[in-house]
Design a protein around this ligand. Structure first.
Ligand code: DON
Length: 304
């Protein structure tokens, strides 16, 4: 039997010695304060056995990883009508790129780039009475953890500097693909990105994507086909213009965030989260990608 604890401890200690840990995101000023030497990993298997190493209990900003959770909530609420407003193709472009959006008449390439996630946010704002509170409740429910919260300082920091997202939302609005007020949708989007979780909590949240839509308490949140689609989107679009490389090196559906987190799943086997704040040139956690490559190589497990 695989000894996950030994494997992730070896990975954590091997990566400690790596000199080039990447660069902490600074375009959201509040994120630039994070210590680049942090490293955490948590794996929860299908039977809810848990394995941790490093700073797995420390909170970090989940940023774009939240896009998978907002998509899940949105998909559960409105079903396949989402795909009238968002495509499902990889973009091959950075997460905040806008050129394709104009070429493709305001229909974002996929829900995991910023423009797509802003449309998902718009659908949630249209369909929830108290969007921020109800989205947070959803995350608390799937993790069975009421301590999870927004970091208002991070949300505020992005609101003050988020010109690219402000441009994206306005472009979407000009094409008729944003139904609500731009500021309201962006307030929701900046807050969903500013949710703080640790590796363990985030692995608990992603458990449902490896468990056919059922969270750890046994409640079904998504049907099997919806989970198939979300996992397919993570695999093809979760790392933007590095999605091919992540599939090639790691071989799991996953999602990164500029806070340095990566969440990934191996259906029926495990959900795993790494956190290392230094990013590579594509905006994905440098050591997180290396850790997950080591995990799937050492365990000879991947979706392939
Ligand atoms: O919208 C943004 O730019 C950030 N709130 C999230 C970007 C992000 O995490 C990209 N992922 N690697």
């Amino acid at each position: 039997m695989l000894n996950y604890q030994e494997i992730i401890e070896t990975i954590a200690s091997d990566l400690k010695g790596v000199k080039d840990k990447g660069t902490v995101a600074s375009y959201i000023p509040e994120l630039s304060k994070i210590d680049p030497n942090k490293f955490g990993i948590h794996l929860v298997d299908a039977h809810m056995n848990r394995f941790s190493a490093g700073d797995a209990e420390e909170l970090f900003s989940i940023q774009s990883i939240s896009k998978v959770l907002s998509l899940a909530k949105c998909f559960a609420l409105v079903g396949d009508s989402i795909w009238q407003r968002i495509n499902v193709e990889p973009s091959g472009d950075p997460f905040n790129h806008l050129a394709l959006l104009e070429f493709e008449n305001g229909i974002p390439r996929n829900p995991l780039i910023n423009a797509g996630a802003i449309v998902v946010a718009d659908i949630l704002v249209s369909n929830l009475e108290n969007p921020k509170a109800q989205f947070l409740d959803f995350i608390r429910q799937i993790t069975n953890d009421d301590s999870i919260a927004f970091n208002e300082k991070v949300a505020d920091s992005e609101k003050k500097t988020g010109y690219h997202n402000i441009a994206a939302a306005n472009l979407l609005k000009s094409y008729g693909n944003l139904k609500n007020d731009v500021d309201e949708v962006l307030d929701f989007y900046f807050h969903q990105c500013a949710i703080e979780m640790n590796c363990r909590q985030l692995a608990n949240a992603f458990y449902l994507f490896m468990n056919h839509g059922k969270c750890q308490s046994g409640k079904t949140h998504l049907n099997i086909n919806q989970v198939k689609r979300i996992n397919a989107l993570m695999l093809t679009c979760g790392f933007y213009d590095e999605a091919g490389d992540f599939a090639f090196e790691v071989g799991l559906p996953g999602k990164s965030g500029v806070g340095g987190g990566i969440a990934a799943v191996l259906p029926d086997k495990f959900a795993v989260v790494t956190w290392s704040p230094g990013l590579n040139r594509k905006g994905n956690s440098k050591l997180g990608m290396q850790a997950l490559e080591k995990l799937t190589t050492k365990t000879s497990q991947s979706i392939f």
